[in-house]
Design a protein around this ligand. Structure first.
Ligand code: DAH
Length: 347
């Protein structure tokens, strides 16, 4: 028996546990009612008298050793558990919670798509100021002095002196065609530019109109540029933007700065051109204005209209975005409601 006690003593000294459950398992194994050490105490009763003193002492030592070893392990684990808990509060090594990614504004997405499509056929981007003068926005573009677009109802004029109501030629540009003028005044053909930007009109805000919106203007001037070139580039744009099945049609129109002028419709992609409520039963939806640059405009900007011809077009970014994503209310574009913006995640 003394040998078993010594063996067990060695075992007890080397005991190890990683969790409180393991410690409890060891207690049960050695010290519970049916534990190894308790069993030895039962056997102790039948030990011959002359050995009782030696074996009894050894047994007591074994029990004490087992108790202090197991209690020691329990305390150590309880302490490290508490330490781990308090460390939870400020664990600087923890991976941070993911930060929600922002989304790109639908108008930015569509503007980039438009620029990308035209840049593949040689257009570069030019920009100009939003606060403009009458000359760049109207006069150089062949608007007669009494043209209705100059009317106070359309254009936001800026008073030169605050509070003094004098006729002003400083205004917020009402179309990006003003950037055409700036480009033509500053460089000679060949010119092939896109002018994206924000424009302002004095309109009551509603689902269908806003006092500011966005346009992309296109201008191409070179020798022998024809209306057929204009039609080709617009057909290419329509198919790239709305899909290869898209068809276009050009209707005669009037703009002071182009002659001839036209408005372009694309086949309604909701009904495939059959006619629906979206296209008001016509099978077509209007998307832009265009035309051949009026020789008067070329001449006023210092370009020889006998040598050069050109085309121009202007489209509304909101209009194209509505057609692509069916946004019914223009106001959503400027309200910055994340529930609306989040719908363009991943676009
Ligand atoms: N500037 C025109 C508008 O705001 C749009 C436009 C029409 C631009 C025809 C053009 C064009 O360059 O050729 O309504």
């Amino acid at each position: 028996m003394i040998n078993r006690i010594q063996e067990l003593m060695q075992q007890v000294e080397t005991l190890q546990a990683c969790t409180l459950e393991e410690v409890e398992g060891l207690r049960i194994k050695f010290l519970s009612k049916k534990g190894i050490i308790t069993e030895l105490f039962n056997e102790f009763r039948s030990v011959p008298k002359e050995e009782k003193a030696q074996i009894g002492q050894a047994l007591n030592c074994l029990r004490q050793a087992a108790e202090s070893k197991i209690n020691g392990m329990r305390e150590a684990l309880a302490e490290s558990g508490a330490a781990a808990k308090s460390a939870d509060v400020a664990d600087l090594t923890r991976t941070p919670d993911p930060i929600g990614l922002g989304t790109r504004h639908p108008l930015s997405l569509v503007r980039e798509q438009i620029i990308d499509i035209f840049s593949r056929v040689g257009f570069t981007v030019a920009e100009g100021p939003e606060v403009e003068d009458d000359n760049h926005v109207y006069s150089l573009l062949n608007f007669a002095p009494e043209h209705p677009a100059r009317d106070m109802q359309d254009t936001f004029f800026i008073e030169k002196e605050i509070g003094v109501q004098k006729p002003s030629d400083i205004l917020l540009r009402s179309h990006t065609s003003s950037v055409q003028t700036r480009v033509m005044l500053s460089q000679q053909p060949p010119i092939r530019v896109l002018c994206p930007g924000r424009v302002y009109r004095n309109e009551a805000i509603s689902a269908r109109a806003h006092c500011f919106f966005h346009q992309v203007e296109g201008l191409y001037i070179d020798k022998n540029v024809s209306f057929a070139d204009l039609r080709e580039v617009l057909l290419y744009f329509a198919k790239e933007m709305f899909g290869p099945e898209t068809q276009i049609r050009l209707r005669p129109s009037y703009f002071p700065f182009t002659e001839p002028s036209a408005e372009m419709d694309i086949s309604c992609d909701l009904c495939g051109g059959k006619g629906c409520s979206f296209c008001k039963g016509t099978g077509w939806v209007e998307i832009l204005g265009c035309g051949m640059v009026d020789p008067n405009v070329l001449e006023s900007c210092g370009i020889d209209s006998k040598v050069y011809t050109g085309y121009a077009f202007g489209l509304g970014v909101e209009r194209i975005t509505n057609l692509k994503y069916r946004v019914k209310d223009l106001r959503l574009f400027s309200e910055n409601d994340v529930r609306f913006l989040q719908q363009f995640e991943g676009c």
